[in-house]
Unconditional design. Structure first.
Length: 288
């Protein structure tokens, strides 16, 4: 499933548990991992600003180069060394890369240059990083946002009237089987954005709550035929997802491309993926 995994790590934010997660996946799927260390451009700019305004251009460039070398040494002596230790245990082949620039921009450039089939990264809502890439990926690639909550060996797969609900059951079943984890599927009838989304991600005209629930019942019946444990709930997508994940103490949430446009009080919803990751304590795998 995940044969080429990209793991970006910023010079501004690092957690060792992302290495544990990617090593676990690589062992399960025989993956090749690319570890991309990103030296944040804003850090270099701050170093330049701190330089004495009366110093020469040569001196400022020397300071910047020194900062870059310091980060490269940090990457090699701490992050890459720790990665080598993890990956040696699982005989996982991996590549080390170092790049300079803004976090989201560098990642977008990398995933368009190579056929990755998973982007895995640590996520921390209090972090200084701008996670705009979560809603701006230029290619169709699953994104696994790793939180620091361990949870039970359980997956919560989320479907709703706001998504085609094709990939989520398929991916969830495959991962639950590969990991040996419990799978709980949740279908949310989101009456705050009362439309149906088709397989081309098109939104229908407004539907009644009865129509939306009837569609949900048909989906649940189909999933139960496949032996999947499914719950049908009515309410806001975000709240129902988080309540179910907390109740299950899920180690992972899997959710598809939700075409949600309206939230509470009919206000428009922007950057839904980032919003879900910020509000939820659990790791989330976004599939399209």
């Amino acid at each position: 499933m995940f044969k080429q995994i990209l793991l970006p790590i910023s010079s501004e934010f690092y957690r060792a548990d992302v290495l544990e997660r990617v090593a676990f996946l690589a062992q399960k799927f025989g993956s090749i991992v690319t570890l991309l260390y990103i030296i944040e451009e804003k850090t270099l700019q701050q170093a330049d600003k701190r330089s004495d305004a009366f110093r020469t251009c040569y001196d400022r460039n020397t300071t910047k180069e020194g900062t870059i070398e310091t980060y490269k040494r940090t990457a090699d002596s701490i992050i890459f060394q720790e990665a080598r230790r993890f990956f040696k245990k699982t005989n996982t082949p991996f590549e080390e890369k170092i790049a300079q620039g803004e976090f989201s921009t560098v990642i977008n450039q990398e995933i368009t240059s190579k056929p990755y089939d998973l982007l895995l990264m640590g996520f921390e809502k209090a972090c200084v990083l701008n996670y705009r890439l979560m809603d701006e990926l230029p290619v169709d690639i699953p994104l696994w946002a790793v939180s620091n909550v361990q949870g039970n060996d359980a997956i919560l797969a989320v479907c709703s009237n706001l998504a085609p609900n094709q990939k989520v059951p398929e991916v969830s079943l495959a991962l639950a089987k590969a990991f040996g984890w419990k799978l709980q599927l949740l279908y949310v009838v989101d009456t705050k954005d009362a439309v149906e989304v088709d397989t081309a991600f098109g939104r229908s005209a407004k539907k009644s709550a009865q129509e939306l629930r009837a569609k949900g019942v048909l989906f649940v019946e189909e999933m139960e035929k496949q032996g999947i444990d499914v719950k049908l709930v009515t309410g806001g997508l975000e709240k129902e997802m988080m309540d179910a994940a907390d109740a299950l103490e899920a180690k992972l949430i899997i959710i598809g491309r939700q075409q949600k446009k309206k939230g509470t009080l009919g206000l428009p919803v922007k950057k839904l993926k980032k919003k879900l990751a910020e509000k939820c304590r659990h790791s989330i795998l976004f599939v399209n």
